[in-house]
Design a protein around this ligand. Structure first.
Ligand SMILES: Nc1nc2c(ncn2[C@@H]2O[C@H](COP(=O)(O)O[C@H]3[C@@H](O)[C@H](n4cnc5c(=O)[nH]c(N)nc54)O[C@@H]3COP(=O)(O)O)[C@@H](O)[C@H]2O)c(=O)[nH]1
Length: 803
């Protein structure tokens, strides 16, 4: 059977036919021959039995009477049957009585029955008892030849062989015919298939020649070809679509096989890489990856190759021309239908522009566009990281909060572009002063923060702070002018002061406030006391905001008296805060805060407007003469407000007060901060028609050279010089000199804080023009002022003016 499997179908058919036919014939002939032999032998034995019985009966009488002739005659009847080759009759003594043999060649019957045996092995014999009545009187022996049977058998054998030979020939012929019927269509199918495979033409069909099972097979085969053709067509369409898509795709497509060879790349892929190689390799691709991204790319690629996980990554390529391209790469595994891994398919897109925009956006999100410094967000981020790091390392980090002194004034007077130049220069200087690991940021306006990392002792921070003050104090040349700018610095330390970012920022801010309060251009470390007082400050600021909204302020008026004839020359308006819970709050308690927060501008507007309104009504009512002046205090912030002149004009318009009735009191220290600017502002203010008085004169180290240039009208001698008259000779000398000097400059002189007769006499003796103080009157409400003015006028008219 094994050998059969390697044979052609045609041979198999022939062999199977031959074996089947041969075996069938052989078995049937054998069966038939056996049956025939058995029946013939049975017939011969029957015949021999019948013949033996007849001869034995006939021999009874002859043997009884010892008639041997009759016995021989009896036996000679056996001649009629050619197959009986011997016949022997024995008497009761087993002595041969008569015998017969068909020819002399046959063995003669032995004398004694006991010596009798078959003369030929092919013969068969039979014994018959010869009886008389019941007595055994003799024995008949007959021997029959089988030759006849064998002859018949041989003839049959010969016939069977002939039949078998004919059958085999017939079987071979039929098998050949059968193979033509079965194998030929199959061979045609096979040829058709071979043809299709050679030509790759799935439109070829096998021809159907019969309507049997083979015809069905051809139908099925053609049906299968139809399906294959359809699938092939759709595969071709989809391949064509894929080819077009990849050719037109704005995305670079690539395929890598399991041996890590680049199998396919589209044109866009080449364009992105700037590669012209007809067959670029994966190694060439890896060579193009930016060295800084290489490890990350290899690790990610291994994840795809080893773990078969899809990957997505952004990386830089260094193109052949040296330019950098940012790409986004997506890749995944590619399997066939059975799930077998074919390789990896991926897409890349050029995200350089996107990345540039992203980097720009990130820069905008984390950096100050003007100075390029870190912005508040990035600074807080780094501060947070530093806090975590110092908590681990045990070192310290210092946070500095810097606010430029007088930046607004520079911005307002020289313009915003000058302000920008100044900020940029400050940024450069700050950066140059600290170490590379430290972070400098601009968190808004003129506020900067610095993060000093790795601080081991407070003195380190101190050194940096002093260096910063020195560096920034050097003049900066802007628009042809040397600008000197200073900063106030607040410092807090982590983890000592706090480990919370927002608290640290607040601490440093508070410390910076304190530095400002202490006269600017200095640094202050944060402390809990400071925190407390600044919290109060903040609370006050909040309450002030409400006070402005609800107009909780009121004005007091303090008269100024002519020291020649004691008539009222003017009134100084002094603000009070009518607090709903705390009662009347004096200006010293809230004006500095309002000044710092800028709320003073709103409050100052209100004071100006109310002062002019109320005094103008007094003038209209005839209570005050039209030459009486109303003096309003201006804080430094109000004075440097670029809209000051407009505000004044506006108030004059609203209140209808003559401009010459309004006097602005500006402290000496305000003017001395920046003399040139102060002169410029005063000149602008003077254009409105109002007069200007220098308040608190003598406390601000004024240079006489400057005073000469100031366009002022009045000089108010500070109360501190007047109060010790006549006890303090120095004060008396200074006061006298100031009065004389002012008169030389054609300025009127007002002495503040006149409380005693001695002071009054001294001032009169030294020709001081006017006086103001408790000796004449304390600050009065509007009603009280009304009464005071009436009483004063009565006294004057009665010429009995007595203080
Ligand atoms: N920017 C503004 N500043 C204002 C305004 N109103 C007041 N102020 C300034 O507040 C400071 C304190 O003012 P006040 O508590 O009103 O004190 C004034 C007088 O009450 C006080 N004075 C006057 N005479 C005497 C005296 O004989 N003895 C004595 N002990 N004190 C006296 O002096 C203050 C007025 O001083 P001056 O302004 O220098 O003339 C004060 O600096 C005010 O300027 C405001 O609306 N805006």
């Amino acid at each position: 059977m094994q050998a059969l499997q390697t044979q052609s179908l045609r041979r198999k058919l022939v062999i199977i036919s031959l074996i089947t036919t041969g075996l069938t014939l052989l078995l049937s002939n054998l069966a038939y021959m056996s049956l025939e032999y058995y029946l013939s032998r049975h017939d011969a034995q029957n015949k021999l039995s019948v013949l033996g019985e007849v001869i034995a009966k006939r021999a009874t009488t002859a043997l009884t009477f010892n008639d041997y002739d009759l016995l021989h005659t009896n036996l000679r009847t056996l001649k009629a049957d050619k197959n009986i080759v011997r016949g022997c009759i024995y008497d009761e003594n087993q002595q041969l009585a008569a015998d017969y043999r068909i020819s002399e060649q046959e063995t003669a019957c032995p004398k004694l029955l006991t010596h009798l045996q078959s003369s030929h092995s092919n013969n068969f014999s039979q014994y018959f008892v010869i009886r008389l009545e019941r007595a055994h009187i003799g024995t008949l022996y007959l021997e029959n030849s089988r030759q006849d049977l064998l002859n018949r058998f041989n003839q049959f054998m010969l016939f069977s062989v002939v039949i078998l030979a004919v059958a085999v020939v017939l079987a071979v012929f039929l098998a050949n015919q059968l193979q033509e019927v079965v194998v030929r269509p199959m061979r045609e199918l096979s040829n058709t298939l071979q043809d299709i495979m050679n030509k790759k033409d799935y439109s070829i069909r096998a021809s159907k020649e019969s309507n049997d099972e083979l015809g069905d097979l051809v139908d099925l085969f053609n049906g299968l070809l139809g399906t294959v053709e359809e699938e092939n067509a759709s595969l071709k369409t989809s391949e064509e679509r894929f080819r077009k898509l990849t050719a037109l795709s704005p995305v670079g497509i690539f395929q890598v096989d399991t041996k890590q060879q680049l199998q396919y790349v589209n044109q866009r892929w080449r364009d992105i890489h700037g590669m012209d190689d007809p067959e670029p390799s994966l190694q060439e691709w890896f060579d193009q990856v930016h060295p800084a991204d290489l490890v990350m790319v290899q690790q990610t690629w291994n994840r795809l190759v080893v773990d078969h996980k899809s990957i997505a990554l952004e990386l830089r390529l260094v193109r052949r021309d040296g330019s950098h391209t940012w790409i986004h790469l997506l890749a995944g595994t590619l399997h066939d239908r059975s799930g077998e891994l074919l390789g990896y398919l991926g897409a890349i897109s050029d995200i350089s522009e996107l990345k540039a925009a992203q980097i720009q956006m990130e820069h905008l999100a984390f950096y100050d566009p003007l100075t390029g410094l870190a912005n508040r967000r990035l600074f807080k981020n780094r501060l947070d990281k530093s806090i975590k790091s110092v908590l681990r390392s045990g070192a310290s980090v210092a946070l500095m909060f810097l606010d430029m002194d007088q930046f607004k004034r520079i911005n307002d007077t020289l313009g915003h572009d000058a302000g920008d130049i100044l900020l940029k220069e400050v940024a450069v200087r700050l950066n140059a002063t600290v170490r590379e690991n430290d972070t400098v940021s601009r968190i808004g306006g003129d506020e900067f923060t610095i993060l000093l990392t790795d601080v081991h002792q407070t003195s380190d921070v101190l050194v940096v702070a002093e260096k910063l003050l020195r560096t920034l104090a050097k003049p900066i040349r802007i628009k042809g002018q040397d600008i000197v700018t200073t900063v106030s610095i607040g410092i807090t330390l982590t983890p000592e002061d706090s480990t919370d970012v927002n608290t640290l920022m607040k601490n440093a801010d508070l410390a910076m406030y304190r530095a400002k309060e202490l006269g600017r251009n200095n640094y202050q470390f944060f402390s809990e006391d400071m925190n407390h007082s600044i919290l109060e400050h903040l609370a006050l600021e909040k309450e002030l905001k409400e006070a402005i909204q609800r107009e909780q302020f009121t004005l007091m008026f303090q008269p100024k008296i002519s020291l020649f004839d004691y008539h009222i020359t003017g009134v100084e308006t002094l603000i009070r805060w009518q607090h709903p819970d705390k009662g009347l709050i004096p200006p010293d308690s809230f004006i500095p805060v309002a000044e710092e927060t800028g709320q003073i501008l709103e409050i100052g507007d209100w004071v100006l407007e109310q002062s002019c309104r109320q005094i103008s009504s007094l003038i209209r009512d005839g209570v005050l003469s039209a030459s009486t002046k109303v003096a309003v205090n201006l804080s430094a912030k109000q004075f440097t407000d670029p809209d000051l002149a407009d505000r004044i004009r506006n108030v004059i318009d609203i209140s209808q007060i003559p401009p010459q009735c309004l006097e602005l009191e500006i402290t000496e220290s305000t003017l001395m901060d920046d003399v040139e600017t102060a002169i410029h502002i005063m000149q602008e203010v003077k254009k409105t028609g109002v007069s200007i008085a220098i308040d608190d004169f003598g406390t601000g180290y004024s240079s006489l050279a400057y005073i000469k240039r100031f366009p002022i009208d009045v000089l108010k001698v500070d109360r501190s010089f007047v109060m010790d008259i006549p006890q303090d000779q120095n004060d008396m000398a200074i006061t006298a000199a100031v009065i004389a000097m002012a008169h030389k400059l054609s300025l009127e002189v007002v002495a503040e804080g006149v409380e005693t007769e001695e002071q009054l006499h001294f001032l009169r003796r030294n020709n001081c023009d006017e006086g103001q103080g408790y000796l004449f009157s304390r600050p009065l409400s509007l009603g009280q002022l009304h009464q005071f003015l009436r009483e004063n006028e009565h006294k004057r008219q009665a010429n009995n003016y007595q203080i």
